[in-house]
Structures are given as structure tokens and as C-alpha cells.
Design a binder for this molecule. Structure first.
Ligand code: GCO
Ligand code: MN
Ligand code: MN
Length: 386
């Protein structure tokens, strides 16, 4: 029942399963795996897809012969396991050239290099069948605003994305672009820090129809925001092209915990939102095993992400079928039709009638809502006693 299946579209990045546990204070604690080895692990734990940055697959300084050898081993692992490549992206943050950003660097040579690297990485993604291309601007930001004009930065980023969209169309790749916001880390402040700001920016692009968002649980939580609300706004806009699932405590560094590891209640409402609204794009776990894990425990981490998702999905079905919960919801959202005349599109008559209506404000203010009862039932359901 909690076994992952292809239709769940669970994916992991090469960088997630492959993560060696290096952090700003400590060296790697796990051996590095080749891309092919990571694909076999992903196949073994039962996931559907593997995503990569260009340099997760091909090191930045690889020769053509090395690249060809890596690609053929990777291709064989995909064929052997049936794992597919749904998404690809560009590493625009590791190399020192990007220390002041990529598309928003003050240096025109760096901006051009970022575009060059991205076009080649898009080709690499297309070669392996990726249908979603992610942009996470990890270095697109500042520590001080003394040296960079945020309006210029926005203009440069827009120009680059317009160029990329035309390139994808020109090549006939049929890819969609997903922009991933993050408020900070590794920059002091990253431009377009939240899902809301990214959604607004997308509407300024030449090909906004092919650009959506890739929201990440940890990123909105780092900003102290409600992730479920952010994702709902993206769904409402038809822009939820991809999602990065993980977990994070509020107010901490970028933790990238296993999905559902920290805040089970918000994970539940997230799964509910996705499942109730027929979300059918990839469910990508952009998370890392604890630094204390060995390679065997990394598999437990990966299985845990998927298993928790599927358990929560079952809890959602239970919530939707629970008579007591549904009765409370019906009570909360009850509508006797008395206000129907004022609903819907504007008309001068409707506005006049609404203004003339007398409301019993005191009675309205006396009406409570049984949210405590509903929330306790939700908690009991999640704790497995219903
Ligand atoms: C992070 C980001 C990245 C991106 C990845 C794919 O906080 O480091 O979430 O993991 O998702 O670069 O674009
Ligand atoms: Mn992240
Ligand atoms: Mn991410």
C-alpha cells in the first residue's frame, strides 16, 4: 500500500542521494557515488525519476572522452532500472566564477558564461528526455546592496530567461521552465525570494506561458511563510510545474530534512492540497540524509520520503471520508443562499442592492467556528487513533 509506483512520479536528484554530507564545518562523511551508481540506488528504493545539474553528471572540467564514458554508463543504468530523467538544471553556483551571481552578476562576461553554460546544460537535459528545466538562482543576490542595482539584476535575469525560452522553442525541446525561489543561503539575500514574487516576475516574461515555479518546502519555511498557501497560489495560477519536497524547522539554516521529518501537520495539508487538486507533475524530494547516515541509512532516508508521502495520502483519503470531520466542514462552509443575489460579476444594480442591504453585524460577530474540534480531529487522525 505504501509502495512507490511510477504514477506517483517520485524523483530524487543525483545531488540528493549522492550527497556526501559535507557542510561548512566538516568534510564529507560518505563516499562519493558515480551517477550510474546513484541511478541503481534510486531504482532499488523504487523511485520513478532522477534529476541532475549538468555538473552532477559531467564534471565541469571533464574531457569529451570522459563525458562520453559517463553518459554511456548513466544511460545503461537508466535502461537497466527503468528510471527516467524528468528534470534537469544548471549548476550556476559552485564555480568561483559565479561568486557574484550568474545571470545577475555585475560582470557581463559572467552573465554570458552563465547563458552559455545553461544552453549546453539544456541540451544535456534534452538528450536524456527532461521535460522540465529548473532555475534555482542560488547566487543571484547580494550581501550588500551598495554594489548592485536590483532593477538591473531583474532586467538581466529577464533577458536571460527570454533568451532561454526562445532557445527551447527553436530547438523544439518541448520543455517547460520552473523557477525556484529561496530567500537566502548561499547569498545573504537572494532576489525573487518567495513563490509570490516569482509568480509576479513570470508574468513579465515574453513566454510566460512556458514558465512556472518549483516551490520548495524548506525555502518558504526559511522565510517564515506558510508553504501550503504559497503552493495554492501557484496551483491557482496554473504554474505548479514541479515541487521540491523536504522539511525544515522555522528560523534555522537550510536543513533539507527528509519529507515530513519535522512538521508532519503542514506536510499533511500539503499532500492534501496536491492530491485534492489532481497535481500530476513530478514530486521531487530535494532533501539530504542526516550527516550521521551511512550509505545504508541513505536508502532508509529515500524510502522514508516516499513512504511518508503515501501514508499522508492515505490520511487525506481518510480525512475526506470521515463523517464527523466532513459534518464540521459542512457546518463551517454552510451557505443558505441568502447572499446569492450579490454574488458573481459586477452590475450597477447589484452594487446598489448590496449597499442598501442591512446586515446584522452584531450577530455575525457572535458566530464562532468549531476549528478547535476540527483541528483536534485532524491531529487524532494523524496520530492514528481515529
Ligand atoms: C538548494 C536548492 C537546490 C535546487 C537545485 C535544483 O537549496 O540548494 O533547493 O537544491 O533545488 O539546485 O535546481
Ligand atoms: Mn533547497
Ligand atoms: Mn530545491
Amino acid at each position: 500500500m505504501y509502495t512507490p509506483k511510477p504514477e506517483h512520479k517520485f524523483s530524487f536528484g543525483l545531488w540528493t542521494i549522492g550527497n556526501t554530507g559535507r557542510d561548512p564545518f566538516g568534510e564529507p562523511v560518505r563516499n562519493a557515488l558515480t551517477p550510474a551508481e546513484i541511478v541503481y540506488t534510486i531504482g532499488e528504493v523504487g523511485a520513478w525519476g532522477v534529476n541532475f545539474h549538468d555538473n552532477d553528471l559531467i564534471p565541469i572540467d571533464a574531457t569529451a572522452a570522459q563525458a562520453a564514458q559517463i553518459k554511456s554508463a548513466f544511460r545503461k543504468a537508466l535502461d537497466d532500472t527503468g528510471v527516467i530523467v524528468p528534470m534537469a538544471t544548471t549548476n550556476l553556483f559552485t564555480d568561483p566564477a559565479f561568486r557574484d551571481g550568474a545571470f545577475t552578476s555585475n560582470d557581463p562576461q559572467v552573465r554570458a558564461y552563465a547563458l552559455h553554460k545553461t544552453l549546453r546544460a539544456i541540451d544535456l537535459g534534452a538528450e536524456f528526455g527532461a521535460k522540465t528545466y529548473v532555475f534555482w538562482g542560488g547566487r543571484e543576490g547580494t550581501e550588500t546592496d551598495a554594489g548592485k542595482n536590483p532593477l538591473d539584476a531583474g532586467k538581466w535575469f529577464r533577458e536571460a530567461l527570454n533568451f532561454v525560452c526562445e532557445y527551447v522553442i527553436d530547438q523544439g525541446y518541448g520543455m517547460r521552465i520552473a523557477l525556484e525561489p529561496k530567500p537566502n543561503e548561499p547569498r545573504g539575500d537572494i532576489y525573487l525570494p518567495t513563490v509570490g514574487s516569482m509568480l509576479a516576475f513570470i508574468e513579465t516574461l515574453d513566454h510566460s506561458e512556458m514558465v512556472g515555479v518549483n516551490p520548495e518546502v524548506a525555502h518558504e519555511h526559511m522565510a517564515g511563510l506558510n508553504f501550503v498557501h504559497a503552493v495554492a497560489q501557484a496551483l491557482d495560477a496554473g504554474k505548479l510545474f514541479h515541487i521540491d519536497l523536504n522539511d525544515q524547522s522555522f528560523g534555522r539554516y537550510d536543513q533539507d530534512f527528509r519529507f515530513g521529518a519535522h512538521n508532519i501537520k503542514s506536510a499533511f495539508f500539503l499532500v492534501k492540497l496536491l492530491e485534492d487538486n489532481g497535481y500530476d507533475n513530478p514530486r521531487h524530494f530535494d532533501a539530504h540524509a542526516y550527516r550521521t547516515s551511512d550509505r545504508e541509512d541513505v536508502k532508509a532516508f529515500a524510502r522514508g520520503c516516499m513512504r511518508t508521502y503515501l501514508i499522508l495520502k492515505e490520511r487525506v483519503a481518510q480525512f475526506n471520508a470521515d463523517a464527523e470531520i466532513q459534518a464540521l466542514l459542512a457546518e463551517i462552509t454552510a451557505d443558505d443562499g441568502a447572499m446569492d443575489a450579490y454574488k458573481g460579476a459586477y452590475s450597477a444594480e447589484k452594487a446598489a442592492a448590496l449597499k442598501a442591504h442591512t446586515f446584522d453585524r452584531i450577530a455575525l460577530g457572535q458566530r464562532g467556528q468549531p476549528y478547535e474540534r476540527l483541528d483536534q480531529l485532524t491531529i487524532e487522525l494523524l496520530l492514528g487513533v481515529r
